[in-house]
Design a binder for this molecule. Structure first.
Ligand code: XIL
Length: 299
């Protein structure tokens, strides 16, 4: 096939991108989006600071714009993200009472998932809960006030809110099998599966340096998949967009039957959160880079 989405679909996978609602009106942007991608992740519009800026007051307008675009163009959506320490409003991070925070967290998950019910293929229920260089959770208001059980609580609440969406744990620096953080997340997923805590997928953000993915990335993906979860590459970008790095990353997914798809974190280099690294598949003018061809042939 001649586009990323169609080529991925030929093996039952998707190829997605992060989208900013404010750019949908740019025709260069939306032309590439609708030609190449069949999965969309809102880059910021489903995060807590946008969706519940004050307690109980929900704002789904910006995300609804993206969902409408996806519906109109036959694209599926990843929901990103329900529980995360970052882009979290101050009114949440200042809660010190466990019962209050538990009910605020559960209400946020339930309200947001209910609003988008039937329109989301997979949710990043919890994002980046583990500490770098460690097998343990990072410090956050959720961890500090609710304790280790907050992740399980979030996933159980999510399943009750929408039993059809896939529920993912999403993180970065979990691509190298020998990293302590990878082992910590692996142990959590294994524990969840053994105790029947609902989890369907693990998202590997895949924000790589110019060296591309670690050589153990294929091992990491197949070891997680063997636990009985899908694996997804959820925020791929690689500094300087080397063809070998992109091609090795795509092959790592394609070689694992439970690798459901790949999302790049933006369309053009100028759209990237790390635009100084030129890490994406299209240049600032919307032209395909050599990394694009490498990805298309590896899919
Ligand atoms: C980034 C967005 O791309 C930026 O626009 C925003 O300012 C900060 O967040 N991990 C994640 C994503 O899970 O939500 C982050 O997105 C990048 C790192």
């Amino acid at each position: 096939a001649s586009t990323l989405g169609a080529q991925a679909a030929a093996s039952g996978r998707y190829f997605g991108t992060a989208v900013a609602a404010g750019k949908l009106g740019n025709s260069t942007y939306s032309t590439i989006l609708d030609r190449e991608f069949n999965m969309i992740t809102p880059e910021n519009e489903m995060k807590w600071d946008t969706t519940e800026p004050s307690r109980g007051s929900f704002n789904f307008g910006p995300a609804d714009q993206i969902v409408s675009h996806a519906v109109a163009h036959g694209q599926r959506m990843r929901g990103h993200t329900l529980v995360w320490h970052s882009q979290l409003p101050g009114w949440v991070s200042s809660i010190g009472d466990a019962n209050t925070l538990r009910s605020v967290m559960d209400n946020h998950i339930t309200s947001e998932m209910t609003h988008f019910k039937g329109k989301i293929y997979a949710w990043d229920v919890v994002n980046e809960a583990f500490a770098d260089g460690s097998t343990q959770h990072r410090s956050s208001v959720f961890q500090n006030v609710l304790g280790n059980g907050f992740i399980e609580e979030a996933f159980r609440t999510a399943r009750a809110a929408d039993s059809s969406a896939k529920l993912c744990y999403n993180d970065y620096n979990i691509e190298n099998w020998s990293d302590a953080k990878t082992q910590g997340v692996y142990a959590m997923v294994k524990d969840f599966k053994s105790r029947g805590v609902p989890i369907d997928c693990v998202g590997f953000q895949s924000h790589f340096g110019s060296g591309g993915p670690p050589s153990s990335f294929p091992t990491t993906l197949s070891n997680f998949a063997a636990l009985g979860v899908d694996v997804q590459l959820t925020e791929l970008d690689i500094a300087q967009a080397p063809t070998t790095g992109y091609s090795n990353t795509v092959k790592a997914c394609v070689n694992v039957s439970r690798c459901a798809g790949i999302t790049v974190w933006g369309i053009r280099d100028s759209d990237s959160w790390r635009s100084g690294d030129n890490p994406l598949l299209f240049d600032g003018n919307g032209n395909k880079k050599s990394a694009y061809d490498a990805v298309l042939s590896a899919l």
